[in-house]
Design a protein. Sequence first.
Length: 107
Amino acid sequence: MEIDEILGFALSLAETEESFPFGPDSVVLKTKGKIFIILNLASEPLSMNYKASPEDIIEQRETYNEYVFPGYHMNKKHWNTLHINRYMQAKVVQGFIQKSYHLVRKK
């Protein structure tokens, strides 16, 4: 998925808003005032921090070990970083986004 597709999908989720609290190079997506995605537009490769359940964190890192890493500048137990690429299926990335959204929203 491309960055604009990720952003468009995330913004399509109910009560999602974008902001730039860390400057113009990081898009923060929130629901009900809580962060569920951070898109880093200045990194190479582009990256996305997203929340995941502790059960899913390790599995995602092992399954997608070329693209998913412990959350950069985040709590490694609850956040992963995805290096955005064209090789991962859109439905997988959308699943990461939806799960992150629901984990944050339910609190």
